[in-house]
Design a protein around this ligand. Structure first.
Ligand code: FUB
Length: 371
């Protein structure tokens, strides 16, 4: 598998910032320029006009926004990024988050409200470290918060917590959900009430360690010319806290019906799965990770197969790209994140922008960053 390291995009970002700094400081020598660039990348160096939209939350760092409309209001369930002073590594150890806040907006133009800590890692009996991208769902008066976290053996698993309020506090189940593993749970409730959980992420997300169905401590990827690892999907049982039946692969195929291959870094699944439905079709979207796009594929069933369509969101500032999509009052909105406030890849800020469809059902590609 071609591995484009975590650092590669950082280096490109620094080169771009260096060019900017050098242009602005014509008397600066190359060596000094590099220092300025490094310092600039760790502060807010990029002009506001380079961003399509501005951060929704500015007093804490937030990422991986999972947005939902519950009772006519928008609720956002993001990761809460913190600076834990963990060095940057390909396994994502520097994303060392410890709790979740829930946010709400009365409508897409309204002020965002922080409802405080909804779940703390200390209250999850089996959790070790790294509370990553969550999602939420509602059924029969109960709100469900799904979350990935490493257990005490450092294996990512998915847990679920419940509350009678969309803003929590959420009470976690005593054990992780059976049949789930890896990261980035995304729950989709179809129009007939059936609910599905999509999950998985390679590299730091450990999906490549589950090829046999049980966890192995070593990484195992298919060869570049073989079908790529892909997200998993399982149907949620009526209690919304367990998977009924088997977990399946989310098959993503090209326009000729052939599965995307491991070496196809521009299109294959990496992490951040998401499902939404538009005009009766199922849109499976995800991050390509080391090529930094959010892309999408369309299918006729929530479990696929899905035919690859193209890029939905181009790379944002920062290494990761992660999103969710909602409909509100007949318009569609994309929630995503970047690193505008910090310039640091693990200290992100959530954003939103309108998402538009073409008449044929394809999505108009969004460029959110001109860095
Ligand atoms: O926030 C930690 C991880 O970064 C998420 O789980 C991934 O999707 C990426 O955004």
């Amino acid at each position: 598998m071609k591995k484009h390291s975590f650092f590669r995009k950082t280096v490109f970002a620094l080169m771009a910032t260096t060019a900017l700094a050098t242009a602005c400081q014509s008397n600066t020598s190359a060596g000094e320029g590099e220092e300025t660039a490094t310092a600039s990348a760790d502060s807010t160096a990029t002009a506001d006009q380079n961003y399509l939209s501005q951060p929704l939350v500015t007093d804490i760092y937030t990422a991986d926004p999972s947005a939902h409309v519950f009772n006519g209001k928008i609720y956002i369930y993001p990761s809460h990024d913190i600076d834990a002073n963990v060095p940057e590594k390909d396994d994502g150890s520097h994303f060392a988050m410890k709790d979740y806040h829930v946010f709400s907006m009365d409508n897409p133009d309204a002020k965002i409200v922080d409802h405080g800590v909804a779940l703390d890692i200390q209250d999850i009996p089996w959790a070790g470290r790294q509370l990553w991208a969550p999602d939420a769902a509602f059924k029969d008066g109960t709100y469900y918060l799904y979350f990935p976290v490493k257990d005490k053996e450092d294996v990512f698993r998915i847990g679920v917590a419940t509350s009678s309020s969309p803003t929590g506090p959420f009470k976690p189940q005593p054990q992780p959900m059976d049949k789930t593993f890896s990261i980035d749970p995304a729950v989709f409730v179809d129009t007939d009430g059936s609910a599905y959980m999509y999950f998985g992420g390679i590299w730091g997300g450990q999906l490549q360690r589950w090829s046999t169905g049980t966890y192995k401590t070593s990484d195992e990827y298919p060869a570049d010319d073989q079908p790529a690892l892909t997200a998993k999907v399982g149907r949620l049982s009526s209690d919304m806290t367990s998977i009924s039946g088997d977990v399946q692969n989310v098959q993503i195929v090209d326009q000729d019906g052939k599965p995307l291959l491991t070496g196809d870094n521009e299109r294959r699944f990496f992490e951040a799965p998401f499902m939404h439905k538009y005009n009766g079709k199922y849109y499976f979207s995800y991050s390509t990770g080391d090529t930094h796009n959010i892309v999408y594929a369309i299918g006729d069933s929530p479990t696929g197969p899905f035919t690859y369509q193209g890029v939905l969101l181009k790379p944002v500032q920062g290494w990761t790209n992660h999103h969710s999509i909602i409909e509100y009052d007949g318009k569609w909105y994309l929630f995503y994140h970047d690193t505008q406030l910090s310039g640091k890849t693990h200290l992100r800020n959530i954003k939103m922008t309108e998402l538009k469809y073409n008449p044929d059902g394809t999505i108009q590609t969004i460029t959110a960053y001109n860095g």
